[in-house]
Design a protein around this ligand. Sequence first.
Ligand code: NAP
Length: 251
Amino acid sequence: MKIFGLIGYPLSHSFSPIYFKKKFAKEKITNVSYESFPIATIDEFPSLIRSYPNLGGVNVTIPYKETIIPFLNELDAIAKAIGAVNTIDVQNGKLIGYNTDVHGFSVSLQKLLQPFHQSALILGTGGASKAIAYSLKKLNISFLFVTRKKSAASSSSLLTYTDLTSDIIKSHFLIINCTPIGMFPDINSCPQLPYGALGKEHLLFDLVYNPEETLFMKKGKERGSAVCNGFEMLVSQAEKSWEIWSATCFD
Ligand code: NAP
């Protein structure tokens, strides 16, 4: 029996365990299981690895996507460039880190892109925003980050929410929410934007997928903008993880 799983903390509302259980049943993939491994600190990771000699791989979620890196033997080129890992492949005791959020986001975004989506605003500067920035670079879309608080050393590609004028909104047709604002149960909140400046050319992409339509998306729709939640990204990153694991785990 090969074991796969998810590390993070807390894991009570995680999507991956249910997704993989359903996938294994639907596709009749036998002799495998997918478990939740809630670890309260990343220092528990080595003993977890020792306790499961049949581990084929794990997904990594909040808050360990960056702090997991020193525990790994290798990083693939994308994970290295981003500095964040959400998938670990275990090959003969060797731990190799990947980032499949990039793939998930690109698959979902590319279907919606129009030629005028040349510049983006990335809301939030956490782990997911780094994968999104990497994807945008590959797609030749320029971007600025938006943060709650700038430090004196912040670069000019970093804005605060109070810097966001109507003109800035009108010159960035792609806006990506990489913050948890609006996520269940906080469903009546949304990022602080001058929403009145949105129009038909805008595409609002929310990494949040619960609720299906966030307030950020609703406000965009009211102005005629295209919107997308993070569900397809989530499914695509999970499928990419499985592709990595299944290429080696059944040898
Ligand atoms: P994270 O590392 O905690 O970063 C979130 C960032 O959002 C923070 O760095 C912060 O940036 C900003 N932020 C946090 N709380 C805020 C608040 N109350 N108001 C305004 N800004 C706030 O989380 P993450 O891993 O990047 O994930 C971000 C969101 O994306 C989460 O909701 C997560 O569930 C979702 N996500 C979805 C997928 C998917 O497949 N759909 C994949 C990954 C993540 P500043 O300090 O710069 O303001």
